[in-house]
Design a protein around this ligand. Structure first.
Ligand code: FAD
Length: 458
């Protein structure tokens, strides 16, 4: 073939390849949503119901994010070992009713009424768990000063020093709350270095709604199968979900359509959308395919994260209804050192125990799993569990790292959250999820409904 013929062939290939690709694989939508966890799934269903066309891109093969449900293969009994409870709020009820998920209100029952308080060697320590009620009242009094933070990172200006204090110092300043510190620590599992976190994050994780629901009841699925929410949402959304999808490149320009290349098991899918909603953990390394500008990269690059891990373990030899909480005698408020085990609970499946593990930073999965297994061995050696034939075995394990996304108190003081929220709408892109409010599905749905959807519906 002559050189000129080669040039013609080359030119034809060049001209036709992009046309063929976009003709074949391009879909056009009002809103492209990235991340099919709690926030992204809610947004997709609500936007569809309001008449918008959507596509939801989820990197896993199922929706639900931190929602993990295990179904016993023999009895079909289900155990939620990720997200368990929701707030008793109209918006949550409306969402569940929309998805035809039956719900009920339940006052929490935290396992055995006489739990073990065990140290890191799995030895019982003498620990009289203080009655937290008065401490919780004193804590609620402080929370009530900042109603706007129950709705989002809407911080008073100037930001009160109390919200910036490491929580340990805040407790020292308000000693009346001390008796509730351990309860707040266990409810706020996943916060990492609890006493060093700015008080703002503790307030947001353990807010007034939770205090109210502890006494009047949380909303739970009647089936004790929270995956039902996402199973039903998957059916509602149908082919508008791209499972096992990863954004590999993005074009974002002000006031113009967003273009995304998404790798799926069926090839590359091009999505052209009027607006983009990002509902994945906004850590820089998870955002690097979204063509970030300097302003965005600077903000997302500031996030640090904790690690939170959940597992179901069988063949432990632990007695039915065994419950233990980790403590460290002599430590402030008896809080255990992390990385370490938070708690062990019996589940609705006999001989399957729910074990939660936390860390101030991400740690490798094999490290967490070894720690959990060696702790069970210590429980056996110390007589809390019977010696059984065979080894303890994971029936389920899930890493939820990166979990809590936080920034330092200095950055909060310098207006990090004002800057973060000012990204809403910047380059046709909006954000939701835990980093934009708190690790709480009901609260995230409220934030999304009130502050994000109105913009996407314009
Ligand atoms: C063990 C555990 C127990 C909890 N218990 C409760 C509870 O009882 N009640 C409660 O309200 N909250 C609970 N939470 C907090 C709960 O996690 C949050 O309320 C909520 O799930 C956060 O929603 P989200 O959408 O921000 O994140 P997620 O639910 O984690 O969703 C993010 C989604 O994005 C996907 N994703 C990530 N990166 C990408 C990418 N690059 N491309 C595409 N997709 C991506 C993920 O796979 C995931 O599906 C719990 C969390 C954990 C870990």
């Amino acid at each position: 073939m002559s050189l000129s013929a080669l040039k013609v062939v080359f030119a034809l290939c060049f001209l036709h390849a992009p046309f063929t690709q976009s003709h074949k694989n391009t879909i056009t939508r009002d809103v492209a949503i990235i991340g099919g966890g709690s926030a992204g799934t809610f947004a997709a269903v609500r936007l569809r119901d309001e008449g918008k066309s959507v596509v939801l891109v989820e990197k896993e093969s199922i929706l639900g994010g931190h929602t993990n449900t295990y179904k016993d293969p023999e009895t079909w009994v289900t155990v939620d070992y990720g997200v368990e409870i929701f707030h008793n709020q109209q918006l949550v009820k409306d969402y569940f009713n929309r998805l035809n998920v039956s719900w009920t209100i339940e006052v929490p029952n935290f396992g055995s009424s006489s739990p073990h308080y065990l140290n890191s060697s799995a030895n019982s320590i003498i620990y009289e768990s203080p009655d937290p009620r008065e401490g919780l009242l004193a804590y609620a009094e402080q929370l009530a000063k900042y109603p706007s933070i129950e709705r989002g990172f809407f911080l008073p200006d100037p930001i009160p020093e109390d919200l910036l204090l490491p929580f340990g110092q805040f407790l020292a300043k308000y000693p009346g709350i001390g008796n509730a510190a351990y309860t707040i620590f266990q409810y706020g599992q996943g916060l990492g270095d609890f006493l060093n976190q700015p008080t703002l994050y503790v307030f947001k994780n353990f807010g007034l709604d939770i205090i109210q629901d502890i006494s009047t009841g949380f909303l739970v699925t009647t089936s004790s199968d929270n995956y039902e929410i996402y199973d039903h949402a998957t059916k509602v959304l149908g082919p508008d979900v791209l499972f096992n999808g990863q954004v590999v490149s993005t074009q974002r320009r002000d006031d113009q359509a967003i273009e995304l290349d998404i790798e799926t098991p069926f090839g590359t899918q091009v999505v052209v959308a009027k607006k983009l909603l990002i509902a994945i953990p906004q850590k820089l390394d998870n955002m690097n395919h979204f063509a970030l500008d300097t302003r965005e990269a600077n903000l997302f690059g500031k996030f640090e994260n904790t690690g939170y891990y959940t597992s179901l373990v069988k063949n432990t030899g632990l007695p039915t209804n065994f419950t233990s909480y980790s403590v460290s005698s002599g430590a402030p408020y008896n809080l255990p050192t992390l990385p370490g085990i938070y708690s062990i609970f019996a589940t609705a499946i006999e001989d399957v125990f729910d074990i939660k593990y936390g860390s101030p930073h991400s740690v490798p999965d094999d490290f967490v799993q070894n720690e959990i297994l060696s702790y069970i061995k210590k429980l056996q050696a110390n007589g809390y569990a019977e010696k059984v034939s065979g080894e303890p075995e994971f029936v389920a394990y899930k890493s939820h790292a990166p979990f809590e996304l936080t920034v330092s108190r200095d950055r909060i003081a310098k207006g990090f959250y004002n800057d973060l929220y000012s990204l809403q709408g910047h380059r046709n892109t909006w954000y939701t999820g835990a980093a934009f409010h708190t690790q709480d599905s009901s609260m995230i749905w409220n934030y999304t409904e009130s502050y994000v959807l109105p913009e996407l519906l314009k």
